[in-house]
Design a protein around this ligand. Structure first.
Ligand SMILES: C[S@@+](CC[C@H](N)C(=O)[O-])C[C@H]1O[C@@H](n2cnc3c(N)ncnc32)[C@H](O)[C@@H]1O
Length: 211
C-alpha cells in the first residue's frame, strides 16, 4: 500500500469525521436532508453523517456512492445499525452507476468540494434526477469577500492534499446554476465554528431547469 492509499484508508476518514460529524454541522444538515422525498440518492454517502436526518416516512428507497472504501464501510455499518435499507456502491460522481431519471431527490453535502470534475459531476446529478426531482445541497466553497478568497487560494494547494482533494475556492450556487439547475437558496453564511477560509457555506435546493 502506498502512502497515499494508506492516508486515504486510515487518516482521511478521521479527518473527515472530525470536520463533518459535529452537532453544529448537523444543525445545517437539518435544513436540507429532511426535505428528501421518494427515491433518494446521496452522492459521497461515506461516513453516513446524514442518515439519521432523513424522514423514513418520506423515503421509498435510498442509494448512494462513495469512492473511499473506509468511509463507505462506515456508512454501511451506520445504515445497518439504524435499520435503513440502503444500496451503497463504490463509485464516483463523474460516472454515477444508475440510469437516467432514477431519483426524486439527490442529496449532496460537502462533496462538490472534493470531486475531481465538478462540472461533470453536476451533469451526472442532473441526469439521474427525474424531471421535477430536486437536488438538495449543503456545501462549503468560495467566499464572497476578496480578502478571504485570497487566503483560500493560498491555503488550497496544501489543504486539498490533506483533506481528500477538498477545494476551498469552488463556486457553489453559481456552479449548480451553470450546470442547468434552477436554484432556490435556503441559506448562506460564514460558519461560526470554522475559520473564514474554510467556513463559507451555502445550502438549498435545485431543480433541473426547464423540467
Ligand atoms: C467531506 S466528505 C463529506 C461526506 C458526506 N457527504 C458528508 O456530508 O458528511 C467528502 C466525501 O466525498 C467523497 N468523494 C470524493 N471524491 C468523490 C467523487 N469523485 N465522487 C463521489 N464522492 C466523492 C469522499 O470519499 C467523502 O466521503
Amino acid at each position: 500500500m502506498g502512502v497515499r492509499s494508506w492516508y486515504d484508508a486510515h487518516v482521511l476518514p478521521r479527518v473527515i469525521a472530525m470536520g463533518c460529524s459535529s452537532d453544529d454541522v448537523a444543525q445545517l444538515r437539518r435544513e436540507v436532508v429532511p426535505l428528501a422525498r421518494g427515491a433518494v440518492f446521496e452522492l459521497g454517502c461515506g461516513g453516513g453523517f446524514n442518515q439519521q436526518l432523513y424522514d423514513p416516512a418520506q423515503i421509498s428507497s435510498f442509494a448512494g456512492i462513495d469512492p473511499n472504501a473506509t468511509l463507505l464501510e462506515a456508512a454501511r455499518a451506520s445504515a445497518q445499525a439504524t435499520g435503513l435499507a440502503a444500496d451503497f456502491r463504490s463509485g464516483v460522481g463523474e460516472n454515477i452507476p444508475f440510469a437516467d431519471g432514477s431519483f426524486d431527490t439527490v442529496v449532496c453535502t460537502y462533496t462538490l468540494c472534493s470531486v475531481g470534475d465538478q462540472a461533470r459531476v453536476l451533469a451526472e446529478l442532473r441526469r439521474v434526477l427525474k424531471p421535477g426531482g430536486r437536488l438538495l445541497y449543503l456545501e462549503h466553497g468560495r467566499a464572497p469577500d476578496a480578502g478571504v478568497v485570497r487566503w483560500q487560494g493560498r491555503i488550497e494547494p496544501v489543504w486539498k492534499r490533506l483533506a481528500g482533494n477538498c477545494h476551498l475556492t469552488r463556486e457553489i450556487g453559481a456552479a449548480i446554476r451553470g450546470a442547468g439547475f434552477e436554484v432556490e437558496p435556503i441559506g448562506q453564511e460564514y460558519f461560526a465554528k470554522a475559520p473564514r477560509w474554510a467556513g463559507w457555506m451555502e445550502w438549498g435546493m435545485a431543480r433541473r431547469a426547464g423540467a
